[in-house]
Design a protein around this ligand. Structure first.
Ligand code: SAM
Length: 436
């Protein structure tokens, strides 16, 4: 069952009810989500437990078992990440949580194990993550397009076994999970440089390829869980049987400021992909620190999305690396974007500018665009621009099938096909020239 059947108000009501017990919405949201996570792991046969023990203490026991399955799951026993270790919960609140999740077995669309619904549930439950850190899930259909413009050409250029990808604002991991799937089964063209092999090798390669970092330690832990759940599912096994030596590169850190975090090392990534936060930092100290660290883009009441672009293009990307982002288009209209548009972006090889302001993206009230660059000086004189004519006539039943989004996908497909044809033609002519 998917959370499409659960209105946002149902999550809100439950959080409010549990918060009457815990005293805080934040702790209530985390109690509820942790219970959903354990149920997810259990329902998909991922835990070495026949059934989770009952009650709040049972949840703690199950979390201990979960955390012992892989080193990357250790944060689930850290009270700083998950307050269930320090915050008691009464029987009535627990029974409300149990009833809620019991009505939604498997927490998934169909039989998917990769936890999209778990990620969406966290956004719906945690007002703190939504309002304080701008958590807003990136739908998988958007993530796939971002990756076609970044990870896919990167795998083609560097080979699937050598390509590294990062999302430095990974949230609960929607983009990282889509990248994991792409790296596990690379598109045919990317497969040319040696990638065939057994499923365990494919899963290990996919884990080695992807990295996620987020300010929110629970969201980061959830991303790690989703990567391991997807790995275990692909191998038809349990979490504790995914080799502990396989890396799960996910960390909780401030990507803009904690550049000592090893996952944020300079020049390491062939693909950087993000749906960065669009908010202006509310805390004046943070606002000034970020402004001081990114003077080239952060001026006036800047949106955090701009320093994230600088982070990806100037710090994280390998020379020539592909950088793609879904971002707010406010920089095109407001004074804070002037320096970014006139001085910063022209230093890089802009590949795509796609107006997505007419696309219906659930939860995203802000008009958006997709930007795709390569981390190098501009090459050639062509930038592919997809301009919007109008928005959706009505809220589409399935946002991935909305008129505007389908038109964008068709335009991208057409352009990529043409680029491939032209590249093939050039290679053929070069071959003929060499023979002559
Ligand atoms: C739009 S959401 C990204 C959602 C993500 N793509 C997903 O689908 O789950 C923006 C994310 O940026 C994170 N964030 C905000 N400031 C950050 C910072 N300085 N460093 C790292 N992450 C940050 C928030 O916690 C939030 O998860």
């Amino acid at each position: 069952m998917s959370n499409r059947t659960l209105p946002a108000a149902a999550y809100d009501r439950l959080t409010a009810a549990v918060a009457r017990d815990t005293g805080q919405r934040r702790t209530a949201a985390l109690w509820i989500h942790a219970a959903g996570l354990v149920r997810h792991a259990h329902d998909h046969g991922l835990l070495p437990l026949s059934s989770p023990p009952p009650g709040p203490d049972g949840l703690r026991k199950a979390l201990e078992v979960l955390a012992s399955c892989h080193p990357a799951l250790a944060p689930f026993t850290d009270p700083a990440v998950l307050p269930v270790w320090s915050q008691p919960l009464g029987a009535a609140a627990w029974s409300g949580i149990e009833q809620f999740w019991a009505a939604h077995p498997g927490l998934e669309d169909g039989h998917r194990v990769d936890g999209y619904a778990l990620g969406d549930a966290y956004q719906l439950l945690s007002e703190e993550a939504r309002k304080g850190r701008a958590l807003c899930q990136t739908p998988p259909w958007i993530a796939r397009l971002l990756l076609r413009l970044s990870l896919e050409p990167a795998m083609e250029e560097w080979g699937p076994d050598n390509t590294l990808m990062i999302d430095p604002a990974c949230g609960t991991g929607h983009i990282v999970l889509a990248a994991f799937h792409m790296a596990r089964v690379p598109p045919v063209r990317g497969r040319q440089k040696g990638s065939a092999g057994r499923e365990d090798q494919a899963v290990e390669r996919a884990l080695r390829t992807v990295t996620g970092v987020d300010l929110d330690p629970y969201a980061a832990a959830l991303t790690a869980y989703r990567l391991l759940a997807s790995s275990a599912a692909a191998l038809r096994t349990r979490l504790d049987r995914v080799p502990a030596s396989w890396p799960v590169s996910v960390a909780a850190a401030d990507s803009l400021q904690d550049l000592d975090q090893p996952l944020l090392r300079a020049g390491a990534y062939h693909a950087c992909v993000a749906n960065p936060p669009y908010i202006t930092p509310k805390d004046a100290i943070v606002r000034d620190r970020v402004r001081a660290a990114y003077p080239q883009v952060a001026s006036g009441k800047y949106s955090l999305a701009l320093p994230f672009t600088a982070l990806m293009l100037e710090h994280l990307a390998a020379p020539g690396g592909f950088v793609a982002q879904l971002t707010a288009n406010s920089f095109m209209k407001r004074e804070f974007g002037r320096r970014y548009v006139e001085e910063f972006l022209p230093r890089f090889d802009t590949r795509w500018i796609i107006d997505t302001s007419g696309v219906y993206i659930p939860g995203h009230g802000t008009p958006t665009c997709i930007l795709a660059h390569r981390a190098r000086r501009p090459v050639g004189d062509t930038i592919t621009v997809i301009r919007g004519n109008r928005g959706e006539p009505r809220v589409p039943e399935d946002p991935a099938r909305g008129f505007v989004w389908r038109a964008i996908e068709a335009a991208v497909d057409g352009r990529l096909a043409r680029e491939r044809f032209e590249a093939g033609l050039r290679a053929h002519v070069a071959q003929l020239d060499n023979r002559a």
